[in-house]
Design a protein around this ligand. Structure first.
Ligand SMILES: *Cc1c(COP(=O)(O)O)cnc(C)c1O
Length: 432
């Protein structure tokens, strides 16, 4: 599509957008009555207007039924997670049995590594992306130490080539093949939080399996953002948070995926708890752990009803929007429009003040565009905030902007660009 740097053009794209009305289902932050142009859904998704009523419903159930709420009422808490499983599964390309809402993300990464990182003397290494989200780095390092290995020996990080910002798929696949027999686990982000690069998940999975390794993904920045097919791609396990692109609120409940081919593997270690116990017999309170079938068998503690209610509210909006495919169609255009607008800002400034480090091709990225601001980066970011454009800041000079198809418009993108232009002209007085 040929884009134009005109407000009327952006508005005309909004008029043709079948998802445009969904922005009215969300609450935008404001300052002095002026709403922000919110481009930070990669960090914390907006609150659905329905969220409060979903929470109220559970507070009412608690008020009226107290302990009986576990088995009585419109959403008996014992089974409430089953409501969410079908919806979550659809978002990540999995069956309801393969997913479960529980805990928070890094906790789940640890629990899944207990089952799926099983090093042996000859095969103990983990391959991951360099520059992974710090929590993942810490989790992986501590797991490696827990098994008695030195992270220096056991972790192989694939890094971008000199002068590049993103990883070459060929380099990832080569690193897997080169270390083949020593790799126990391939563990990547679906989308890198810093660059916004969407990795070639099917290719990485195939290469990992060809090397005889287990393959898992952290989908924090991918779930609800890009179409993934965890089951069909034969991924062994995955986990994600629900508070980024899935709008389930700060500290929102995490989701896990375990491929059904692992359901009957009784040799997998688990850190067990009563909520993962066979559901029919859980309250017999007997000795000897018998896991519930499917992903539910990885639960540890009793289910978190209020965080689930928040996730539920958002998942119902995804369902109403037709899940990921329609969103992705819009998202590709919206992200491309943002990249075009950044290019227009550079053109008007007469030099490349803003360098996009996110891949230029749609199949290698989601909604997020990471931009290196060459001059006065922090001042410009702060000025954007002051002009009601809310993105996020990464040291030393990266601004991440994420137009989210559920609630951002083409006009949002245009206006963000217009303000960036004005701010840049005012702030950048000299350059090298
Ligand atoms: C956001 C994010 C996290 C956050 O983990 P929590 O346990 O939810 O605090 C972890 N990993 C990645 C890759 C992330 O993007």
């Amino acid at each position: 599509m040929l884009f134009e740097n005109q407000r009327a053009f952006a508005q005309s794209l909004d008029q043709q957008d079948p998802l445009h009305a969904f922005r009215h289902e969300f609450l935008f932050p404001q300052q002095n009555g002026i709403p922000f142009i919110y481009l930070c859904g990669n960090s914390l998704g907006l609150q659905p207007k329905t969220a409060r009523s979903y929470v109220d419903q559970q507070l009412n159930n608690w008020e009226n039924m107290a302990v009986e709420g576990w088995f009585e009422g419109d959403t008996p808490w014992m089974y409430y997670h089953k409501e969410l499983k079908r919806l979550m599964g659809t978002i990540v390309g999995a069956s309801a049995a393969e997913v479960c809402p529980m805990n928070t993300l890094t906790v789940n990464l640890h629990l899944l590594m207990v089952s799926f990182y099983r090093p042996t003397a000859g095969r103990f290494k983990i391959i991951m992306e360099a520059g992974a989200f710090p929590s993942d780095q810490y989790a992986i390092e501590s797991q490696v130490r827990f098994h008695g290995y030195d992270p220096k020996d056991a972790i192989i990080e694939v890094a971008p080539r000199a002068g590049e910002n993103t990883l070459s798929t060929a380099d990832i696949l080569a690193a897997i093949a080169d270390n083949g027999e020593q790799i126990a686990l391939v563990l990547f982000g679906g989308i890198n939080y810093f660059t916004g690069q969407w990795f070639d998940m099917p290719a990485i999975t195939q290469a990992g399996h060809a090397a005889g390794a287990v393959v898992g993904f952290d989908l924090a920045h991918a779930a609800g953002n890009v179409p993934v097919k965890l089951h069909d791609w034969d991924i062994d396990f995955a986990c994600w948070c629900s508070y980024k692109y899935q709008n389930a609120g700060p500290g929102g409940i995490s989701g896990i995926f375990v491929h059904e081919k692992h359901f009957s593997d009784t040799s997998l270690h688990r850190f067990a708890g009563w909520w993962g116990y066979n559901e029919q017999q859980r309250f017999k309170m007997e000795k000897g752990f018998i896991p519930e079938a499917g992903a539910d068998g990885w639960q540890v503690s009793c289910t978190q009803v209020i965080p689930m209610a928040l996730y539920h509210a958002s998942l119902k909006i995804f369902e109403k929007a037709g899940f990921i495919e329609p969103l992705r169609k819009k998202s590709e255009q919206l992200t491309a429009y943002l990249c075009y607008i950044i290019g227009e800002v550079n053109k008007q400034l007469g030099f490349e003040q803003y360098k996009i480090i996110t891949p230029a091709t749609a199949e290698d990225r989601g909604a997020q565009v990471s931009i290196v601001a060459k001059h006065n980066a922090k001042e410009i970011f702060n000025a954007l905030m002051a002009h009601h454009v809310l993105g996020d800041w990464r040291e030393p000079n990266v601004i991440r902007l994420s137009p989210v198809p559920l609630y951002n418009s083409f006009e949002d993108v245009f206006l963000a660009g217009e303000r960036l232009m004005t701010i840049s002209k005012t702030i950048i007085t000299h350059r090298n």
